[in-house]
Ligand binder design. Structure first.
Ligand SMILES: O=P(O)(O)OC[C@H]1O[C@](O)(CO)[C@@H](O)[C@@H]1O
Length: 444
């Protein structure tokens, strides 16, 4: 039996019938649901045939003991002060989204406990150089992730790190300090990351060959770092499983990824070219980053697709709200709120009165944030800006697993419904190849 879906979704305030003429007309939403119904049948048939391993993995649990075991071996017996994850795009962003549950890079707070966590998904000579100097290498563990094994950034980081170990007299310990995660070597073919690290004795876990990087968060790519951080990966999967199981529920209007896809398809039909995801919790800041890659790389093809924008509430109310409410009517908004009423520090009544804010008195910080999320949603609607609401009771592993599954499935269904292949990314190769050529030629 599958569990309950960890969030509530409503598209009511996206409808023109609710918010006026600039909302999405029912005719567009009905047409979108018809297209998504066909897309859903295609998706379910592909799952049935075993052609969509990402869905099997998201809904399964057989591989979890192996991931737990790998996490234990990775940490080893001696104390670990720092964990470095090398990898970019889909080899990093999903793990970062999960790591925010353990307060990784949460704005204004960050993670204070050891092991410290470093995701090097962007290549910056200054940042990487300084961190390499500062890292206590003998108590650092490195996870090098790349589906293809050929990504320049990841390779350069791995090469320089290996050289640093050498310099520190630790190269003979590379096998216990580094773990790789990549596709298996194909017969007779070069595999740059394995070719680099395996001669040092570095072990590799296999990246599922049938799961693209941006869809890999619920595989060992996201769950190994999560397990290393002590997150409950079984609960992450359980949350995802509930969403996956709902795909067979029958009524397309009640299947949450299908509802989300229909909304986006309707927005497409109405010429809204920008999708904004605004979450009212710091711990979903990386989730938005993860979704941006998922959405952009999956759907931005052949002149189609919408521009994903990540926003954080309430801070972006003080940055982008003016444009959102009064700028071009080209956006579909998704507001994710967390039930934070009654949580956080109490606002002292006397001090609130002194600041002339009697309305703050006796309230909690969470009461204000909850009021802001609702006020923002209602203001979108009042200004005729279509907005989808996703409400979370709590933010934990189960909920995040559900959200990750929801947004991956919604993306696939949107692609299928619009006639876009959501699994390839033909355009990204060009600049990658050129960059390696320019590097060899000394250009830049
Ligand atoms: O996991 P890899 O093969 O290193 O690729 C990293 C990222 O680079 C891309 O290929 C884009 O350049 C993404 O699709 C992918 O997630």
């Amino acid at each position: 039996m599958s569990g309950t879906i960890a969030f509530q979704q409503s598209i009511d305030l996206a409808r023109a019938s609710r918010i006026g003429g600039n909302g999405l007309p029912d005719t567009a939403i009905d047409a979108a649901f018809a297209a998504v119904g066909t897309a859903l049948a295609r998706l379910n048939a592909a799952v049935e045939k075993g052609d969509l391993p990402l869905v099997d993995v998201a809904g399964g649990s057989d591989d979890l003991p192996a991931i737990h075991g790998a996490a234990t071996r990775f940490l080893g017996a001696s104390p670990v002060t720092d964990i470095v994850v090398l990898g970019t795009g889909g080899s990093s962003l999903g793990a970062q989204a999960l790591a925010q549950l353990a307060f990784y890079q949460v704005p204004g707070l960050g993670r204070r406990d050891e092991p410290r966590l470093h995701f090097f998904d962007n290549l910056d000579p200054v940042t990487f150089g300084i961190t390499l100097e500062r890292l206590p290498l003998d108590t650092t563990r490195v996870l090098a992730v790349s589906k293809s094994g050929g990504t320049g950034e990841t390779l350069i980081q791995a090469i320089t790190l290996l050289a640093k170990l050498d310099e520190a007299g630790l190269r003979d310990r590379a096998a216990s300090l580094i773990l790789g995660l990549s596709e298996p070597r194909k017969d007779g073919k070069a595999h740059p990351l394995r070719d680099l690290l395996e001669p040092e004795g570095v072990q590799f876990l296999d990246h599922h060959t049938g799961i693209g990087g941006r869809y890999s968060v619920l595989s060992n790519v996201g769950l190994l770092p999560a397990a290393i951080l002590g997150l409950d990966i079984d609960a992450i999967r359980a949350g995802a499983r509930a969403v996956v199981a709902s795909l067979k529920d029958g009524d397309v209007h009640a299947i949450q990824p299908a509802v989300g896809a229909a909304l986006n398809v309707a927005a497409h039909l109405e010429g809204k070219g920008i999708a904004v995801l605004m979450a009212y919790t710091d711990r979903l800041e990386r989730f938005a980053k993860w979704w941006i890659q998922l959405w952009a790389e999956s759907l931005g093809k052949k002149g189609l697709g919408s521009q994903p924008v990540g926003a954080l509430g309430p801070v972006d109310q003080h940055s982008q709200q003016q444009l959102y409410l009064d700028g071009p009517r080209d956006k579909l908004f998704t507001v994710i709120t967390l039930d934070v009423k009654g949580t956080g520090p109490l606002i002292d009544a006397e001090l609130a009165a002194r600041a002339g804010q009697a309305g703050f008195a006796g309230k909690h910080v969470g009461d204000f944030v909850a009021a802001q999320g609702l006020a923002m949603t209602d203001t979108f609607a009042a200004n005729g800006r279509p907005v989808r609401q996703i409400r979370l009771q709590r933010l934990d592993e189960y909920t995040l697993g559900a959200l990750l599954a929801q947004f991956m499935l919604e993306t696939i269904l949107t692609g299928f419904a619009l006639g876009i292949d959501p699994f390839d990314q033909p355009a990204v190769e060009e600049a990658k190849v050129l960059a390696k050529q320019y590097l060899a030629e000394g250009r830049g």
